[in-house]
Each structure stands twice: as structure tokens, then as C-alpha cells.
Design a protein around this ligand. Sequence first.
Ligand code: SF4
Ligand code: SF4
Length: 604
Amino acid sequence: MADDSIAVVDLDRCQPDRCNYECSNFCPPNRTGKECITQRGEDADVGGPDQIQISEEICLGETCGICVEKCPFDAIEIINLPQELGDEPTHRYGENSFALYGLPIPEKGKVTGILGPNGIGKSTAIKALGGEITPNLGNFAEPPEWDAVIDEFRGTELQPFLKGVRDGDIDVARKPQYVDQIPKSFDGKTRELLASADERGVLEELAERLSIEPVLDSDIDTLSGGELQRVALAATLARDADFYFLDELTPYLDIDQRVTAARLVRELAEDDDRAMLVVEHDLAVLDLLADSIHVAYGEPSAYGVITTPKSTRNGINEYLRGYLDNENMRIRPESIEFEEHAPRVTSRSEALVEYPDMSKSYGDGEFTLDVEGGVINRNEVLGILGPNGIGKSTFAKLLAGKLEPDEGDLDLDLDIAYKPQYVEVDQHMRVDAFLSSITDDFGSSYWETEIANPLQLGRIMEQNLTDLSGGERQRVAIAATLSRDADLYLLDEPSAHLDVEQRVLAARAIRRYAENHETSVMVIDHDIYTIDLLSDRLLVFDGEPAANGYASTPKGMREGMNEFLANLDITFRRDENIGRPRINKPGSQKDKQQKRDGEYYYTQ
Ligand code: SF4
Ligand code: SF4
């Protein structure tokens, strides 16, 4: 095979007892007597003896690809690697398995970001930087010693860091990606968890700034997703480490909390000279947070490339454009674009629901929601913006007739399909069985085109719901909600745990669904880029979380963004090159000017 190709066999999908070895039977070199595709045999280090392995020396490469076509379980990938990559990967787990090229470079006093899809090697990179694995430079049969690895990175900024890793001088603090796992590994009160991590003596300060004081004496397993996320961040930043790895800061946090989290991370880097490495898919937050970024690209589960560092602005711009300048590499056929002009408000749609002014209190008046009456149109996506704990789900329950307003004459009995913010799954059921139990359209070409393909469900259909990653679970939950027969659809934070590509695809699927079904989809999200890509109009909530909330009538994008961002005192400018929104520095010239003009988001 050409040096720049690799063969990857997904051992979870290779099922020799359910096939006829179509891969090896049709492989041209095999048919001429060569041993290109063979069974692993009893001595295999990984995989079962009947599963196959592919000789990358003999394989003819992607131009052949016959085994890929013939395998009934999509277990094989033959991939031509970009020619710019060096001969050997930085790490490869074994024959026909995932290969990682490049490593991110943590820098003292700086926040380094990684921007790229899920499943292309960030965990491998972090294991290498944390000393959990020694990069094998592609030589998995005879892995090199650390000295050889350090030699390989001679002259780069990574070399001194790797020396520290070899000598055991680098302490690593790591915030996990999936905070819902925390209650499974810790049984106790929030205060106890934080105290055990508080090596810097900053518990009180972090608890105050992250507003987690009210849950300090709560059991960890009673916390919401947003509370767990902030507790996990506090526990990580309280550690006295040299290198902090933060795997997604933003899921379940509202915008205010995201900005606070970003500031805390920056302060620890700048004031304490620590090295921070952050994976983040909320681009507005990544932009605010990182001093430089590495773009990651590749094929999930097959290979990943981590580029050399780029300025944060250029890295995000190149990523959105889908073309990496230095690498001369197209990573997506089309660019992702944002409107600089506020879209014109149109009245093309008829009303789906009209609701009056309403008010609802509960908990002996502890929380009150006031709603200004309004109209939700057919054929539209209504973005819902506002802090957590402000009454958004109470509003949905009022529309669904599940709660009666204390004031206001509402006689609606809408069937609302609802995806909660925090998707919990405990059913032992395959994805295909679960989805086919929801809709008769399951498997139809219409359903495949509208729902399964844009949400990339193909490769996970046979998996068990309980085995899915957070992003996979999210995509299944969106598909399940849109597959229901309902009057109105409400998706709470569909972007959580999705990477940027998946957010864009999900946004398109949701928009198309609203248009094709003449229905309305309401989307609560805190990622401003997702809201921008999705929404036709906005419904803005304001107030004091857990005390009182106010929902104003749905508005056009310009008015809605202005109302929402004025509440937060945040303005966005536009990038000069690609027009994407960027958060202004508070008090900067542009920030002041835009506030004077009352234009918080759209600049033209
Ligand atoms: S790769 Fe596919 S065709 Fe080959 S043995 Fe595995 S399941 Fe069968
Ligand atoms: S790509 Fe062709 S040559 Fe390579 S393993 Fe598959 S069938 Fe054989």
C-alpha cells in the first residue's frame, strides 16, 4: 500500500460469525494467493482469533476499497492520509487501529485550545501529555523509550514539556468531559468533594464565583447538570497542578456562567503561570478563552491530526471556512457562515399558538414567572434565550396544559415533544429498536434523509443506548424528539456535547424539520452560534434565577439579541474577514460604541 494510507478495522463491528468473510474473499491480493486480509489467530494481542487484520504493506489502498464495500457491518476503513503528514504517527494503538499525528503544546501562563470533532484523538494526546502513555511513534510492536520520543521532538516547544513528563515533574489536573459520571465515582456532599481537591486553598472563592455555595451541603447525586459542571470545574481549578486539562467547560451552563468559567481559567493561567489546555465546541467561549489553538481534523476512530498552533482568531476562522491555510488542507467542502445583517422579520407563517399574558407562582411564592403574551408561528424555529433556573420549562408546561397559570386565560392542550437538557438513559435497548418504537417512519428514505443522516446515526444504530457517549446520546435524543407526532417541539440544549460539525448539522436538521412539517420547534440553547444558525425569532427570558422570571413576547432576531445581550451587558463585534460574531472586551472602544448605538449583536 502507498505509504500515505492506513487500514483500520473496527473490532466492535467485525463479526465473523455473522458474515462470510466477504472482505478477504473479494480482496484482490488474497485472490492471487497473498496474505493481505487474514484472521488474527490465537496469538493476537487485541481482538478475537477469528477477526481479521489487514497487512498495510500488501493492501492496494483506498483506490481498491473492495473490502470496505463488501463488509456487511462497515467494519473496515482504508484511508489515504494527507501527504503533508510525516511517515509515522505520534502514537498508534496497534495494527489496523487509530493513529494520532501531532500533539498539542501546553504553555505556561497560557490557555491553549483544541478545536475539532469528537473521536479524533484528544484523549490519546492528553494521556501522552499526562504521562499515562508513552507515545510509541507508530512502533507499537517495539515501543520506544521516552528518550527516543523526546529526541523526536527535539527543537520544538514540546520538548521541554515532555522532559518534565518523563521525569515525573508535571502534575496534571483534569476536568472530565462527562460530568454526569461524577456521582457514579463519588458518594458524598459537594463540600467534601471540593475539600478533597482544594490543594490551593481556594474553595470558598471558587464556590462564590461559580455560584455553587447553595449546593455545598447537597449530596453530589442530587445536583443538576449545570451544578455538576461548575463543581467539576471548581474541583479541577482548586488543584495545585502544572498542567490543567479541561475537556468541555460549557455543557449545561448558561452564557453568564460560561463567561465566568472562561475568566476563571484565564486568571489561573495568567496570574499563576499555569499551563491550561481546553477542548471546547462553543466557539464564542473558545474565542474568549484561548491564547492559541490547535485545529484537529481526521476521521473519527481512524486517524486524527493535531496541527501546530495557530492564533485563536485565525484558527477559528480557518476552521469555519473549512480550509487550513498552513496545512493547505480542506477539512470540509463548504464554509459555515453567519449573518452580519439581522434577518428581516417576515410574516410568511400562520400562527400555531397564541397565548395571553400569564403568571405562575409555586413553592409558596418562592418562584414566580410572568409571561408577556405572544404568538408562536408555524414553520419557524423559535430560539429561547435566558439563564438557567428562570422558568423556561415552566413556560413549556403552561403551553402543554400540564400547569395552570394563576393569572391569564389559557386554554391550550398542546402535545409537546420535549428533549430535556440533561439526557439520562437507563434503558438497555439498541438505538434502532428504541427509535423504531417511536415512529413508523423509522427506516424510510424520508426519515433517513431528514433525521438519521444529518444526525449521523448510521454507525450507532446497533449500539446499546447505555453504551453511547454524551454526543451520541444527544443525537439520539434529538432524533427521538423530532420523530414524535406532536403539535410543538421543545429541545433543551441540543448542542451539549456535540462538536461544531454536529451542531451545524443538527441545526440544519431542526430547521428543515420545522419547514417540512409546518410546525414550530422551540430551542433553548446557550451557544450563541447555534442559536444564530437555528433561529427565525427569539423568546428572551430575564429575571433572577430561582426567584423570578419574565418572558417577553417573541421578537425578531435583532430585537431579541439586543434585549438578551443588554441584560448580560455583553456586545459582539464581527470578524473582519469572515463576519463571525466575537465577544467584545468589556469597556473596549467597540463595546462602548455598540452599547451607545444599542446594537449588541448585528453590526449592520
Ligand atoms: S471485516 Fe466485515 S466481512 Fe470481514 S470478517 Fe469482519 S465483519 Fe466479516
Ligand atoms: S482495500 Fe483492497 S487490497 Fe486493501 S485490504 Fe481491502 S480489498 Fe484488499
